[in-house]
Design a protein around this ligand. Structure first.
Ligand code: FAQ
Length: 310
C-alpha cells in the first residue's frame, strides 16, 4: 500500500469521516468489509428460516401476521446488506454462490432448530436483542454504505425486539405448560446466544484491525457484556432462569462472569457441522434453482421473444 494514501485514509477515519465506495481504501479494508457485510447479509436470509417455519403455525391470526412481517423484514435486511457489499466490488451472484457452496459463513445461531413456538419467540426477542447491541455500535463505524444500511436495519429490529419481548412475556405468564415451554426453549438457546457475539477477544482473529479502522466499534466481549447487562435482568424479571450456575455480574469490575462457552463446538457449527446447516443450505440452494429461470429471462434480450413478422 502507498504509505501516504494509507496515512490519509487513517487520518480521515480518526476524524470520524465516512469512507464512500469510490474513495481510496486499503485492499485489506475492502476485503474485511466484504467478508463481514456478506456474512451479515447471509445471516439475515438464513436467519429468516427458523422463524419462517412458524408463520403457518403461529398461534392466532395476529401472531401469524406479525411473524410474517418480521420474517419479511429480515429478508429485506439481507437486500440492504447485499447492496452495501456490492459497492465494494463483489457481485450478489458470487456472494450467493459462495453461501450455497459453504464458502461463506453466516451466524452460528441459525443452525439450531426451532421445535416449538417458544423457540421462535426466543429468537425474536433475544437474537434480535443481540443483533441490535452489535449493530447500534457498528452503525457509527467508518464505511458509509454499511452504516446507512445498519441505521435502517436497527429501526426495524427495535420493533422486532418489542414483538419478541411481548411474545415471551405472554408465554411466560400463561399456563404452567406454556411457562415450562418458554423455560425449556430458553435453556436450549442459551449456549448459542452466549456465542452469538463471536469468540472471546483473546481468540478473535479480526477484531484488532477492524477496530483500528472503525468497522467494529465494540469488541466481541464488550458486546456480550453489554447484552448480558441489558437482558439478564429482564429475563430474571419475568421469572425465567438461565442454565448457567456461574452467571453473575461482578459489581466491582462491571463484567459478567459465566461458564466459558464450548468454543470447539462453536467452530464445528460455523464450519458447517451444526444440527441444521445442511437443511438451511438446502433451502437456499432450492430457492436459487427455482428462481434461475427468472434471472435467465431477465438477462435474455427482449428481441428474442418477438416473433419475426411473416
Ligand atoms: N457465527 O475474528 P472474529 C441477526 C467467525 S444478524 C458465525 O471474532 P469478527 C439478525 C468469523 O466470521 C447476525 N461465525 O470475527 C437476525 C471469523 O471467521 P472467518 C449476524 C462467526 O468478524 C435476527 C471467525 O469466526 N450479525 O441476527 C461468529 O471480528 C433474528 C473469527 O471470529 C452480523 O453478522 C458467529 N456468531 O467478529 C436475523 C454482524 N462469530 O470469516 C434473523 C456483523 C465469529 O475468518 C432473525 N458482523 N464468527 O472465516 C460482526 O459484527 C462480526 O463479524 C462478528 C464476528 C462479531 C459476528
Amino acid at each position: 500500500e502507498d504509505p501516504i494514501l494509507l496515512a490519509e485514509f487513517e487520518a480521515r477515519i480518526a476524524r470520524g469521516e465516512k469512507i464512500e465506495p469510490n474513495d481510496w481504501m486499503p485492499a485489506l479494508y475492502r476485503k474485511q468489509l466484504i467478508r463481514m457485510i456478506e456474512q451479515h447479509a447471509h445471516s439475515e436470509i438464513i436467519g429468516s428460516l427458523p422463524e419462517g417455519t412458524w408463520i403457518t403455525r403461529a398461534p392466532g391470526f395476529r401472531r401469524k401476521m406479525a411473524q410474517m412481517a418480521k420474517v419479511q423484514d429480515e429478508v429485506g435486511h439481507a437486500q440492504l446488506l447485499y447492496s452495501a457489499a456490492e459497492t465494494l466490488g463483489k457481485t450478489r451472484e458470487q456472494m450467493l454462490t459462495d453461501l450455497i457452496n459453504g464458502k461463506s459463513k453466516y451466524s452460528n445461531v441459525f443452525n439450531y432448530p426451532t421445535p416449538t413456538w417458544a423457540d421462535s419467540n426466543v429468537i425474536s426477542w433475544l437474537i434480535d436483542a443481540g443483533a441490535i447491541v452489535n449493530q447500534l455500535a457498528n452503525a457509527k463505524g467508518s464505511y458509509g454504505p454499511y452504516c446507512r444500511a445498519l441505521d435502517r436495519i436497527c429501526a426495524e429490529e427495535a420493533f422486532h425486539l418489542k414483538y419478541g419481548h411481548d411474545a415471551v412475556v405472554h408465554m411466560a405468564t400463561g399456563t404452567p405448560i406454556q411457562r415450562q415451554m418458554m423455560q425449556a426453549a430458553l435453556n436450549r438457546w442459551w449456549p448459542a446466544i452466549m456465542t452469538f457475539f463471536g469468540p472471546s477477544d483473546k481468540m478473535s482473529v479480526h477484531t484488532e484491525i477492524l477496530m483500528r479502522w472503525k468497522v467494529k466499534m465494540a469488541s466481541n466481549d464488550e458486546c456480550r457484556n453489554q447484552f448480558l447487562d441489558m437482558y439478564v435482568p429482564k429475563i430474571w424479571e419475568i421469572g425465567l432462569t438461565l442454565p448457567d450456575p456461574n452467571l453473575r455480574k461482578n459489581e466491582e469490575t462491571g463484567q459478567w462472569e459465566f461458564t466459558e462457552p464450548d468454543w470447539e463446538d462453536f467452530k464445528r457449527v460455523i464450519n458447517g457441522d451444526g444440527p441444521c446447516n445442511a437443511e438451511r443450505i438446502a433451502v437456499r440452494r432450492a430457492a436459487e434453482e427455482n428462481g434461475a429461470w427468472v434471472r435467465r429471462a431477465l438477462r435474455t434480450p427482449k428481441t428474442q421473444y418477438v416473433r419475426p413478422l411473416a
